[in-house]
Design a protein around this ligand. Structure first.
Ligand code: HEM
Length: 207
C-alpha cells in the first residue's frame, strides 16, 4: 500500500468508526443483531395468524409501550427532543385492545433507565419500531383489522410514517453528547430490545 493509499484508508476508517457516526447510525449499528433477533422471534410467534394470537401481540405492545410511556412526558427528554410528548403510542395500544373487546391489562410499572442518555436509547428503539410497523400493519388486514379498529398503534401517522422518524433522527443527531453519553444511549437501546425480547418470551405461550 502506498503511503497516500494508507492515509486514505485510515481516513475512511476514522470516518466510519463508531465514535464518528451520527448517534442514530451508531444506535442502529449497535442494535442490528438485537433488532434481527426480535424481528425473527415476532414472526415465529405468528401474531397475525388469528385474533387470539394478535391478542398476545397486543399484550406485548401494551407491556412495552406502557413501560416507556412516562419517558415521553419527561421534562429533560422533551428539552432534548422537542415534540417528544406528542409521539407515544400507549393510548393507541389501549384503544386497540378495547376495540377487540378485550380487558385492559394493568398498566405495567415504568422502566427507569439509569440516565437521561440511556433513556434516549429506549426512545430510539420505540420510535424506530414505527418503521417496521408498516409491514405489521399490512399483516393485520389479514385478520380484518385497520387503523380505526384494532391496529391503530401500527397505523401510519396522518403526516406520514417517515416524517416523524426523520425529525426524531435529526434531533438525536443534533445533540452534543460526550463519548460516554453516546455509549449510555447505545446501552439503553440494547436494554430496550432485551426488555422487548423478554416480554415476548413471557407473553407468547409457545415461544
Ligand atoms: C416482525 C417485526 C419487525 C419487522 C418485520 C421490522 C422491520 C423493520 C424494517 C424493515 C425496518 C427498516 C425500515 C426502514 O429503514 O425504512 C425497521 C427499523 C427499525 N425497527 Fe423494526 N421490525 C420489527 C420489529 C421491531 C421491534 C419489535 C422493534 C423495537 C422494539 C423494532 C425497532 C426498530 C428500529 C429501532 C428501527 C430503526 C432502525 C434504524 O435506525 O434505521 N422493530 N424495522
Amino acid at each position: 500500500m502506498q503511503p497516500s493509499d494508507f492515509e486514505a484508508h485510515a481516513a475512511t476508517l476514522q470516518m466510519t468508526s463508531p465514535a464518528q457516526l451520527p448517534l442514530s447510525k451508531r444506535l442502529k449499528a449497535g442494535t442490528r443483531r438485537d433488532h434481527d433477533s426480535v424481528d425473527t422471534l415476532i414472526m415465529q410467534s405468528r401474531p397475525f395468524e388469528s385474533l387470539q394470537r394478535y391478542d398476545y401481540f397486543l399484550r406485548l405492545q401494551h407491556r412495552f409501550h406502557g413501560s416507556i410511556d412516562a419517558l415521553y412526558d419527561d421534562i429533560e427528554l422533551n428539552r432534548l427532543l422537542p415534540g417528544l410528548s406528542e409521539l407515544p403510542r400507549f393510548e393507541a395500544v389501549r384503544a386497540d385492545i378495547t376495540d377487540l373487546g378485550l380487558p385492559l391489562p394493568p398498566t405495567p410499572p415504568a422502566v427507569a433507565p439509569p440516565s437521561t442518555h440511556a433513556a434516549l436509547g429506549w426512545l430510539y428503539c420505540s420510535e424506530g419500531s414505527n418503521l417496521g410497523a408498516a409491514f405489521l400493519f399490512k399483516e393485520t388486514q389479514q385478520i380484518g383489522l385497520n387503523g380505526e379498529n384494532g391496529a391503530r398503534h401500527l397505523a401510519a401517522h396522518p403526516d406520514g410514517r417517515g416524517l416523524h422518524w426523520r425529525q426524531f433522527v435529526a434531533l438525536l443527531d443534533g445533540l452534543e453528547l460526550s463519548e460516554s453519553q453516546r455509549e449510555e444511549a447505545v446501552s439503553g437501546a440494547v436494554a430496550a430490545f432485551d426488555f422487548y425480547r423478554a416480554a415476548l418470551r413471557e407473553l407468547f405461550p409457545t415461544i
